[in-house]
Ligand binder design. Structure first.
Ligand code: NAD
Length: 410
């Protein structure tokens, strides 16, 4: 299923319940613009490489376009557009003054040197600098990109437009980054977990977690959940999957990953098949890697009470219906992983003010945003007897729709 089809499916389901006219649905679902550029660089061995860069700007009715940049060989226009739309709904769910965008390059950063990555990033910025900017469109990290890549973006953009730290978020702390930004998505996942478990009369302490993906989002979520007494029984990444029913020591696992680059081979857990991370017995399943991993085929096998969508789009629509029928609660991506963009918003505000906030202040502000957003969608879901995802979409569509109609101009 194309990624846009899955996102649109969720949107349409909520829009139908809201009795939204077809022409308004079309207006809200259609991206404002998608830019596709050639990113050609010279590799270290003197050969030429041709990549394609994308930036989809979905909506800017509630504020500048906002969303991450993904470096992944499978990135294409369809993915960029689906992820950009999710950003529009996500910024609305946590009520921050941004729209939605997404993009990236179809390169494989794991096979590239740092110099090649830097050349690729700078070339990409040369191609898109006229359509991004602190009040226009503000990129951030996503899969395959990090604070260093964001620093290159700021540096290259500033060559054209003058000193502009607010053009990009997720920058290094020593280059106008924000305290707490790097772990913000994982921290937001922890707050989301706290919220849903609280409503189910459960708690993080003693609950068993299975986490797919041990990158930025998965590793910080694992560390913070373990810090609250959660038992991380299963973890996977692209290199393999590991299982320990007594709970994996996350600090030691982080050290192992720093040394070897993967969770595979960790001596404090047994190796298992990668797909078992989604079906092992646990209380909370956290997909924190790719989209489309919980499907019609494996949704019947999920043995968790709660699924927290830390990744974007990990549960396909047909799987979502199966999980709902089975009474498994899904905390949707447009809420669950919104911690990253929320602290990105804090970083942008700090850059515009040239003023740094303390980390405790940032974490506290993040916790309150996640709590308020959860209260809103949980109340609506309970009142209308609908899923948290449908409730989150209804809240988001209402906010974006009202802004779009106020902006008018059509
Ligand atoms: P990352 O590149 O830091 O890490 C990705 C992880 O997924 C790595 O551990 C990688 O090995 C693993 N992985 C890749 N393919 C896999 C596979 N087939 N099976 C198992 N594991 C696999 O990326 P990230 O920033 O942590 O992003 C992860 C997800 O979270 C993405 O869907 C992204 O869109 C979403 N997200 C990220 C942020 C953020 O702030 N970084 C914010 C919101 C949402």
């Amino acid at each position: 299923m194309p990624a846009t089809e899955a996102t649109t499916w969720y949107f349409r389901k909520a829009a139908r319940r809201m009795d939204l006219a077809e022409r308004v649905q079309r207006l809200l679902v259609t991206p404002a613009r998608t830019v596709k550029v050639e990113v050609a660089i010279e590799l270290d061995n003197g050969e030429l490489a041709n990549f394609t860069g994308f930036r989809c700007q979905h909506s800017n009715d509630r504020g500048p376009f906002k969303g991450g940049l993904r470096y992944h060989p499978a990135l294409d226009e369809d993915h960029a557009e689906a992820l950009a739309a999710l950003m529009t709904w996500k910024t609305a769910v946590v009520d921050i003054p941004f729209g939605g965008a997404k993009g990236g390059i179809n390169c494989d950063p794991r096979t590239m040197s740092a110099k090649e990555l830097q050349r690729t990033t700078r070339r990409f910025v040369q191609q898109i600098h006229e359509v991004i900017g602190p009040q226009v469109d503000i990129p951030a990290p996503d899969m395959g990109t990090n604070a260093t890549v964001m620093a290159w973006i700021m540096s290259e953009y500033s060559k054209f437009h003058g000193f502009s730290p607010a053009v990009v978020t997720g920058k290094p702390l020593d280059l106008h980054g924000s305290a707490g930004r790097e772990e913000a998505t994982g921290r937001g996942v922890m707050y989301a977990t706290e919220q849903i478990l609280g409503r189910l009369d459960r708690q993080i302490a003693g609950s068993r977690f299975s986490i797919q993906g041990f990158g930025n989002v998965g590793s910080h979520a694992a560390r913070l959940l373990a810090g609250q007494g959660g038992k991380i029984v299963c973890v996977s990444d692209i290199g393999g999957a590991i299982y320990n029913p007594e709970g994996i020591e996350i600090d030691r696992l982080l050290e192992h990953v720093r040394e070897t680059g993967t969770v595979a081979g960790f001596d404090g857990a047994a190796p298992i098949e990668p797909e078992q991370v989604l079906t092992c017995e646990c209380d909370v399943l956290i997909p924190a890697a790719l989209d489309g991993v919980i499907t019609r085929e494996n949704a019947e096998e999920v043995r968790a009470a709660v699924v927290i969508e830390a990744a974007n789009g990990p549960v396909l629509p047909e799987a979502d219906e199966i999980l709902e029928r089975r009474g498994i609660v899904v905390v949707p991506d447009i809420y669950a992983n919104a911690g990253g963009v929320t602290v990105s918003y804090f970083e942008w505000v700090q850059n515009l003010q040239s003023f740094r906030w303390e980390v405790d202040d940032i974490n506290d502000k993040l916790r309150r945003r996640m709590q308020t957003a959860f209260d809103t969608i949980y109340r609506l879901a309970t009142r209308k007897k609908i899923s948290l995802r449908e409730a989150a979409f209804i809240v988001a569509i209402g906010r974006v729709g009202r802004a779009t109609l106020y902006m008018g101009g059509f």
